[in-house]
Design a protein around this ligand. Structure first.
Ligand SMILES: [Zn+2]
Ligand SMILES: [Zn+2]
Length: 377
């Protein structure tokens, strides 16, 4: 255990930045709003600047550089590098190095830089207030690949001037054009930064505490639709921790994941490519396995559970087998469609088989759902 004397030194610059910006946003912004007011142009600029910072972190720092879930052209990488400095969350290289270790050693209090097991405050902000990880940052050896990216290295080298220019320059320029410099500094400077900081920090803190665990309970990461609203889609963190190579975090169309939409949109104009997705059968099987494990644990604590246990096992095995059959057939069908052979007479029987496999899987899914609901887990 670390005693008070052994604690690493306080990083006073970070303490000052976090507390001053927080206090100004908390006290200065409402006072200014009361005495002078803000107009819709300023509110819009706040949202634009907040989104620029947020998405540079989620689409750039996180899904592009830390996890390499897709590739982006130099223009987009440059935009994200600027937005990341504006978000004031350290350089891409530094951030990605931390984040890769977070995934590799999640919840390990000795290695995970923002281990959720050390509590809300530590994982949210406490980990940045002292030099806990200083020894790791001399060569960033877990980011050798990123060191080949000129934009990453340029941003790392000039991070401080870039952070100062963006954080003062953008609000100031807007304020001069719009005609209210103090209002712009408070809203687009301070409030934007504080909102951007704490919503991103929620991913390390709240997204490891609050929400569901549909895919795995081997780590603390949670899926939380509400947090996704605040974090440009990063709230689906349980999914993300198990399928970290996927460019999506919210995989269903109704899940709020604007980071995914942005990456996809950019692929249509050729700015992003090689978007990686986890195969749908793997996702479905992982989810079913988690449900199976939960019910199994629940049943094992009940008396006379043999019959129920074997029914559960039977249904689960049938579901997994039908998922495999269906997706294998689907893959073949897609190949045939590509070769324009799906409608040929020779493949008539196969197409019929495919359709019945699909129906059988649908039926099995319904039965499985019924079973899950029975145990309400
Ligand atoms: Zn991640
Ligand atoms: Zn995490």
């Amino acid at each position: 255990m670390i005693t008070q004397q052994q604690k690493p030194p306080v990083i006073w610059l970070n303490v000052a930045v976090f507390s001053v910006t927080f206090l100004v946003a908390l006290i200065g912004v409402p006072l200014y709003a009361y005495y002078y007011g803000f107009d819709w142009i300023q509110i819009t600029m706040l949202l634009v600047a907040f989104s620029f910072c947020g998405m540079s972190i989620t689409a750039g720092y996180h899904r592009l550089w830390s996890h390499k879930t897709y590739q982006a052209n130099a223009v987009l990488r440059f935009i994200f590098a600027i937005g990341g400095a504006f978000a004031l969350q350290n350089s891409i290289l530094h951030w990605s190095s931390d984040h890769r270790i977070h995934h590799r050693h999640v919840d390990n209090n000795d290695k995970d830089p923002y281990s959720a097991k050390k509590g809300f405050f530590y994982s949210h902000i406490g980990w940045m207030l002292r030099a806990y990880q200083a020894s790791r940052y001399h060569d960033y050896e877990n980011c050798r690949d990123l060191q080949k990216d000129n934009i990453v290295m340029w941003q790392h080298k000039y991070y401080l001037p870039l952070a100062i220019i963006t954080n003062f320059g953008i609000p100031l320029a807007f304020g001069l054009i719009h005609g209210d410099v103090w209002g712009a500094l408070l809203l687009v400077g301070f409030l934007r930064l504080v909102l951007s900081h704490h919503t991103t920090f929620f991913i390390n803190s709240l997204a490891h505490i609050w929400g569901s665990q549909p895919y795995t309970d081997r780590n603390t990461a949670r899926d939380n639709g509400f947090l996704a609203l605040l974090t440009f889609g990063e709230g689906y963190h349980n999914y993300h921790h198990i399928f970290e190579n996927d460019y999506r975090n919210g995989i269903c169309w109704w899940q709020f994941d604007p980071t995914k939409w942005l990456i996809k949109l950019c692929s249509w104009i050729g700015w992003t490519k090689n978007l990686k997705v986890t195969p749908a059968d793997r996702i479905e099987k992982t989810k079913a396995k988690m449900q199976f494990t939960r019910i199994q644990a629940h049943l094992s604590s009940m008396p006379n559970n043999m019959a129920r246990m074997s029914q559960l096992e039977g249904e689960y095995n049938a579901l997994i087998a039908k998922i495999s059959d269906y997706y294998q057939a689907k893959k073949r069908l897609l190949e045939l469609e590509k070769q324009k052979l799906a409608d040929s007479y020779d493949n008539f029987e196969f197409v019929q088989q495919y359709k019945s496999m699909k129906e059988r899987l649908e039926l099995q899914r319904r039965e499985w759902k019924g079973l899950i609901q029975q145990y309400a887990l």
